[in-house]
Design a protein around this ligand. Structure first.
Ligand SMILES: Cc1cc2nc3c(=O)[nH]c(=O)nc-3n(C[C@H](O)[C@H](O)[C@H](O)COP(=O)(O)OP(=O)(O)OC[C@H]3O[C@@H](n4cnc5c(N)ncnc54)[C@H](O)[C@@H]3O)c2cc1C
Length: 325
């Protein structure tokens, strides 16, 4: 990273004490176990630290990339030259009062769902098996059972590119199917307030157990993956079915590109069988996308996102869109 000399690293270390890691192997920390080395990963422990870091980067004209637990991200084989801010376990405090919860963005989603269950709060059952942070979930408006976390949000606290702390009510977050304003506005989510309803704990637990059992049955668990690769699309769903069914029908289960394999268990999952590269995963995604489009007329958008070495994040289907099968 040309711009960041030792003096700059010393300044960043003062702004983010105990949270500076250099030359990080992304294939060791990323969920897909793919990616080169990241020059610099910063793990702040408070909103104030995030704000100070963003102010510093803004003054230098540098745009850092933000990540959570990387459960939706594919990193470039070339690694990451842009500085990376990872919101995780150092910012994971959860506070529940009545029917409202306040949580920092680094909270682990399954743990957050369990805390709500223990407090007899219902509405987050559908997120109990999603292996990311609350910040990543809000950015993706993730969820399951045809739901998204956005419907439980009261307000999101975030830090903008200049370091200013903002509080945005749910109606200003542009939540849509696996979409939110945070995918494009360059802000870092630092915390959120959410509202739930009361329900007996035993009922919540039973629903969560059913959801988790179903996920265990349907999804590959051993090999590294990033969950569903392609998003469902309502028109395609009504005519053809979910992406997994369309992909399976074209015989892609077990299709391989180097170390990247279409899961024989669920066709909308691509697993890393050991040494898959990002290029192999992207090639497989492009092959699948082209084949489904040729057969059905529907162009499937990827839910999984690719992180380029310069820090640009884009849907993984938009990287190699000229591949032919
Ligand atoms: C086995 C498996 C199952 C999955 N099942 C589901 C599922 O059922 N439903 C579902 O919706 N998803 C699912 N996912 C995908 C993924 O878990 C979610 O998208 C998750 O919420 C991402 O959280 P993360 O912390 O890992 O974010 P990351 O993958 O690190 O980042 C995802 C996006 O969010 C942004 N981001 C992360 N943190 C912040 C922040 N604090 N502020 C601003 N932007 C941020 C990143 O820049 C990136 O664009 C699954 C993934 C796996 C591996």
């Amino acid at each position: 990273m040309d711009q960041l000399n030792e003096a700059a690293i010393a300044e960043l270390t003062a702004l983010c004490p105990g949270g500076v890691a250099r030359d990080v192997d992304l294939s060791a920390i990323s969920r897909w176990r793919i990616g080169g080395r990241a020059d610099l990963v910063l793990r702040p422990s408070s909103t104030a630290e995030v704000s100070a870091l963003m102010r510093w980067f803004s003054a230098q004209g540098i745009r850092p990339v933000v990540i959570g637990l990387t459960s939706n991200l594919l990193f470039d084989d070339a690694g990451l030259r842009a500085p990376c801010i990872q919101i995780g376990e150092r910012m994971a405090h959860v506070n529940i009062k009545g029917q409202q919860a306040w949580a920092q963005a680094g909270a682990w989603v399954p743990g957050f769902a369990r805390k709500l269950m223990q407090a007899w709060l219902s509405g987050a059952e559908h997120i109990c098996g999603i292996p990311g942070t609350l910040g990543g979930l809000i950015c993706m408006n993730g969820g399951s059972q045809r739901k998204g976390i956005g419907s439980s949000i009261v307000e999101v606290e975030s830090v903008d590119a200049t370091g200013k702390v903002r509080n945005r009510p749910a109606q200003d977050c542009a939540f849509g199917y696996r979409q939110s304003v945070f995918q494009t506005n360059g802000e870092i989510i630092t915390a959120a307030s959410l509202r739930f309803s009361s329900r007996p704990r035993a009922e919540i637990r039973s629903e969560m157990r059913t959801i988790l059992a179903e996920r265990r049955r349907k999804f590959p668990r051993k090999e590294p993956n990033c969950g569903s690769v392609f998003k469902s699309n309502p028109a395609m769903y009504a005519e053809i079915g979910p992406p997994g069914a369309a992909i399976e029908r074209l015989g892609f289960k077990g299709a391989r590109e180097g170390g990247a394999l279409v899961s024989p268990q669920h066709a909308n999952f691509i697993v890393n069988t050991g040494r898959a590269t990002a290029t192999e995963v992207l090639t497989l995604i492009a092959r699948i996308g082209s084949a489904v489009e040729a057969a059905t007329g529907y162009r499937m958008a990827a839910e999984a996102c690719f992180v380029q070495a310069d820090g640009t994040i884009q849907p993984a289907d938009t990287v190699l869109n000229e591949i032919t099968i």
